[in-house]
Design a protein around this ligand. Structure first.
Ligand code: GAP
Length: 436
């Protein structure tokens, strides 16, 4: 992890938030390469979940919602972690994971193993509260949403009434969520401000088991298709005792992070809990009327819920590799071409003899379609190494032969193979190898 965090900072993937002021714990900023990676991850998810399917549509809800949403969903009452405080150092710990935490004063000890005594566990709500309007009283309390899912449930009827969809169908959303986590850990794995990509798939109750099995596999395959090796991925079904009270089944897709197997995405059968509760609390009938059978019912919901930042961390962990080129160690980020922040590096071999002008022409031609990076400074080998660390799958070099035959060298990041390609064919050549 230390190597990955250092590379992320060095190459501009992820920075500590407010770093010049000493940083804000558990908040992170994406730099120029990180923001491209994250955008590509979100686009890949949106394409596979929404665009490529006739039965899923998207939505984009506000972060602040009516406080009743969170009362009804159970988050005001029940979105708690049991906490203990150390009476000596005043640090706060999650009571259920003490064995994985450290005393901040004596990191070799677990909480409570120092001279400090721990308080009795108390419940601590994970939602951030703020106030809407100028008066800060109980009547103006609103919450920063802790999940994107509830925005989908409360818009279920709006979407149903304005589209021609009927169950089974899904509503997807991407966006920020906020949780005042007690323990934040492992870089962007768990933070207090993060993004989620969630989809609520509404189905006739008798079809729920079948759709749960479908999405469980589809989501697993999505990671494999984007280059995550199967030995680093596994499906873990929740036992009865782990299931939330509203959930009939739940499976985590887990990834083998450098700090162990951890949850990456959850797929849950949430039954009709949410629609039923919002229907009762709002007084609006959220049942679906099936005009073919004459039945009115609350659809069951199958929910794949993924953290965008956690997905980015998985793609970063999986990409980071070291190998040897010409007897020298090389750090290379082997991103799937669809996710790579930069698709093509473009270099003139030297900064003279008309080569930069040709390379700039190539840049103009390619940048209409691909994220490219132009670089004319330094030895060519170092420019290649730099792009290897950024995860750029292809580099184009313009040399003196280019002036003769209008071809360039294309170097492939993983195989190091070099081929000559006519400039006129470049766009098509990359189109065949880089999925958009
Ligand atoms: N609507 C269901 C829901 O939110 P969750 O398991 O609490 O379920 C879904 O969250 C996903 O969101 C997790 O699998 C994880 O990828 C991501 N996630 C949750 N809390 C997070 C945090 N504090 N930081 C980063 N990602 C988080």
């Amino acid at each position: 992890m230390a190597r990955l965090v250092a590379l992320c900072k060095r190459r501009g993937f992820v920075f500590q938030s407010s770093e010049i002021y000493g940083g804000l714990r558990s908040c992170w900023d994406y730099g120029p390469l990180g923001v491209e990676l994250k955008r590509n991850v979100k686009d890949a998810w949106w394409r596979s979940i929404v665009r490529a399917r006739p039965d899923v549509v998207g939505i984009d809800c506000s972060i602040l919602m009516h406080p009743k949403v969170w009362e009804t969903s159970g988050h005001v009452e029940g979105f708690n972690d049991p906490m203990v405080d150390c009476k000596l150092c005043k640090a706060r710990f999650r009571a259920d994971t003490l064995e994985t935490q450290q005393c901040p004063k004596k990191p070799s000890l677990r909480p409570g193993e120092c001279e400090g005594e721990l308080t009795e566990p108390r419940q601590f709500n994970l939602m951030f509260r703020t106030h809407m309007g100028p008066v800060e009283d109980e009547g103006s309390v609103v919450y920063l949403r802790p999940e994107t899912a509830q925005g989908i449930f409360v818009n279920f009827k709006n979407v149903l009434d304005t589209s021609r969809l009927r169950p089974p169908f899904g509503i997807a959303q991407q966006g920020k969520s906020f949780r005042n986590e007690i323990v934040t850990e492992n870089f962007i794995f768990r933070s207090r401000e993060f993004e989620q990509m969630e989809m609520e798939f509404f189905v006739p109750p008798e079809e729920a088991d079948r759709w749960f099995a479908y999405w469980r596999q589809a989501r697993f395959d999505w990671f494999k298709d984007l280059g995550i090796s199967e030995e680093n991925l596994r499906l873990r079904d929740h036992g009865e005792d782990e299931l939330a009270h509203y959930s009939k089944a739940c499976t985590d897709i887990e990834y083998k992070f450098p700090f162990g197997w951890k949850e990456l995405e959850g797929i849950a059968n949430r039954t009709d809990f949410d629609l039923r509760r919002h229907s009762e609390a709002s007084g609006k009938d959220l049942r679906y009327f099936d005009d073919q059978t004459g039945q009115r019912y609350f659809p069951y919901v199958i929910e794949p819920a993924l953290g965008t930042d956690r997905a980015c961390l998985v793609f970063l962990c999986e990409a980071l590799q070291e190998d040897e080129v010409g007897g020298e160690k090389r750090t290379v980020m082997r991103f799937h071409p669809a996710l790579a922040p930069i698709k093509v590096g473009i270099f003139p071999l030297v900064k003279k003899g008309g080569l930069p002008e040709i390379a700039q022409r190539v840049r103009k031609e390619l940048q209409e379609e691909f994220a490219v990076f132009y670089d004319e400074k330094g030895a060519i080998g170092r420019r290649y190494r730099r792009q290897d660390e950024c995860g750029t799958p292809y580099c184009v070099t313009v040399d003196f032969d280019t002036k003769e035959d209008d071809t360039v060298t294309v170097r492939e990041r993983d195989t190091l193979e070099q081929v000559r390609v006519p400039i006129a064919d470049l766009r098509h050549w990359f189109r065949e190898r880089i999925p958009s």
